[in-house]
Write a protein that binds this ligand. Structure first.
Ligand SMILES: *Cc1c(COP(=O)(O)O)cnc(C)c1O
Length: 353
């Protein structure tokens, strides 16, 4: 039996194109870490690794179980971006030959207790105030334990998308001043996607790119959305001026209208707060959400769509309808849509050939 379903189609070719494009911005010595935490931002970890392994110098993840899956597929560097939280995790990380972030003194204590100083990435807080050593605290550890060791010094920007934000300048300055105190074997890493695009002079030894690979970076049209979320129309009806659609009657018809109902709701990962007027695409024409998203259904104004029938696809984002559209017009971010599609939506991964 085949049943209808909404589909999330992921295109490996677009991932590869996006990476190649971003890599053109890097300085020669900079290596490219593909950040594939959270199931490659919802794109399917293993398929993504198989598709991009020749383009990446390493991978960034948060969970050990993700690192394990990658290690079965690739010999490249794998960074645990939050490091380890127990001795057991350390042992497993060693077994898998992982690099690991150290972001606070509790983590450093575990490493010290086990006399383990290999493949470390020391994370410094330069203003994000989430993870990372304070500079003074780090320098004490450096002088005592790390002054003769090879490691990577890293920090993370809070506002890399905003070229004019003062916080970037402050973070770069703190990081640069600190890096000058390091021994010559210390590598440097600060850049996520936004930093590579806006501040290519700061790509240093490693860049850590996530959102750009997947096409959620919205300030450069060359970077394309690699996933398509589409849902079949299951009903079409005509309504009269003054009638309302959906829960709470949120949307009121200002004229006679055609309304399509599609097979995708908030239980599939479409956020409840999607606004009326959000653009979708049906048969290569733009239509708009009309009425509140339900658990299993969403209603679309198709009054201006030509030749539209039950069974046609409604696309919420795709290569031709950038994810940033739906994200920005609903005060959300692409990261949230990518990682939010639920498991009951059928996933189709198109491998590169
Ligand atoms: C998620 C993450 C990145 C990737 O950031 P993008 O904005 O997706 O490129 C880089 N570094 C760290 C530490 C991260 O947690």
């Amino acid at each position: 039996m085949t049943s209808i379903n909404s589909e999330l189609i992921i295109d490996g070719k677009i991932l590869r194109k996006n990476i190649s494009y971003i890599k053109e911005k890097l300085k020669d010595k900079s290596k490219f870490m593909a950040v594939i935490k959270s199931d490659a931002y919802g794109h399917h970890l293993e398929n993504v690794v198989k598709d991009i392994d020749d383009l990446a110098d390493g991978y960034g993840v948060v969970r050990l179980n993700e690192a394990k899956k990658i290690r079965n597929l690739s010999d490249k560097k794998i960074l645990l971006m939050q490091g380890i939280y127990s001795k057991d995790e350390l042992l497993e990380a060693k077994e898998l030959n992982l690099d690991m972030v150290v972001h606070n003194s509790d983590q450093f204590q575990i490493l010290k207790d086990n006399n383990f100083y290999n493949n470390l990435w020391l994370k410094i807080n330069t203003g994000m105030n989430r993870l990372g050593f304070e500079i003074k605290e780090f320098l004490e550890i450096y002088d005592e334990h790390l002054h003769d060791k090879k490691f990577t010094l890293m920090t993370h920007l809070a506002a890399s998308n905003d070229k004019d934000s003062l916080s970037n300048k402050n973070q770069f300055k703190l990081f640069d001043d600190l890096s000058k105190k390091m021994n010559k074997d210390v590598d440097l890493s600060i850049a996520n996607t936004g930093c590579v695009m806006n501040f290519p002079e700061y790509t240093y030894d490693w860049v850590r790119c996530g959102i750009g690979i997947y096409g959620g970076y919205f300030k450069d049209q060359e970077i394309k959305t690699a996933m398509t979320l589409r849902s079949p129309i299951v009903n079409i009806r005509q309504i009269k001026k003054g009638e309302r659609v959906g829960y709470d009657g949120r949307a009121e018809a200002q004229d006679n209208m055609s309304i399509a109902t599609v097979y995708l709701g908030y239980a599939d990962g479409l956020p409840l707060k999607i606004k009326d007027g959000t653009r979708v695409m049906i048969n290569n024409q733009i239509a708009e959400v009309f009425g509140r998203v339900s658990m299993d259904l969403t209603t679309i104004d198709i009054s201006n769509i030509e030749n539209c029938s039950i069974g046609d696809w409604c696309e919420f984002f795709s290569e031709d309808l950038p994810m940033s559209n739906i994200a920005i017009s609903n005060d959300l971010i692409s990261y949230y849509f990518m990682t939010g599609v639920k498991s009951r939506v059928k996933k189709v991964y198109k491998r590169t050939d």
